[in-house]
Design a protein around this ligand. Structure first.
Ligand code: MN
Length: 196
């Protein structure tokens, strides 16, 4: 169990919220990413990247763009357990992050980070404040960069940008045109309290 999940557990009553506790690890292939659409008090998209046994997480208010010119603010939040990548449901009123969560996109994650011309681990890249990943989701794919702009007690501020590669497409806008969960086909509006 990782200390990196202490903040996650400290914020939550996991029995009441129905969210995973981070104790089980199933059979897995390579690293994964997930983007969860979260209708909390403020709607946002939670980008989570599997790094070293937990999901590094950022809240992206506008969601990811497929247009390299559109950089999106991404506020780093506490690491989440790996099983959180499959979580859909409604976090009850009165609990941290109350509101509906769906798995908006998910897929394989490949580190493409470099420093001074050499490959570096994703963990090192994030520590240094600039990482590049290749995502293979159903809606989001290709290269994305994360660059830390400002450290903050309420969550470091990063910019999420599409790399200008063959998967870039300024005409697509999947945040508005593809709103359904890739797991269940549901939209956040479809979920009701008690749903899983
Ligand atoms: Mn969230």
């Amino acid at each position: 169990m990782s200390d990196r999940l202490a903040e996650y557990r400290g914020r939550r009553d996991l029995d009441a919220s129905g969210e995973p506790g981070g104790r089980a690890r199933g059979a897995r292939g390579g690293p994964r990413f997930v983007i969860q659409k979260h209708a909390a008090s403020t709607l946002h998209y939670d980008l989570r990247l599997e790094v070293g046994g937990t999901l590094r997480s950022w809240a992206v208010p506008k969601g990811p763009s497929t247009d390299p010119r559109e950089r999106r603010l991404a506020i780093q939040t506490e690491d989440h357990p790996l099983e959180y990548a499959d979580f859909e449901g409604v976090i009850p009123e009165g609990h941290y992050g109350a509101g509906a969560v769906i798995v908006w996109d998910a897929g394989a994650l490949e580190n493409r980070s470099r420093h001074d011309g050499a490959e570096i681990s994703l963990e090192d890249a994030l520590e240094r404040g600039h990482a590049t990943v290749w995502l293979e989701g159903e809606k989001i794919s290709g290269g994305y960069s994360l660059t830390r702009m400002r450290r903050s007690d309420s969550g470091d501020q990063w910019l999420l940008a599409k790399v200008d590669d063959e998967r870039a497409d300024a005409r697509r806008n999947p945040v508005s045109t593809q709103q359904e969960s890739v797991l269940s086909g549901r939209r956040v509006e479809d979920l009701e309290p008690g749903d899983r």
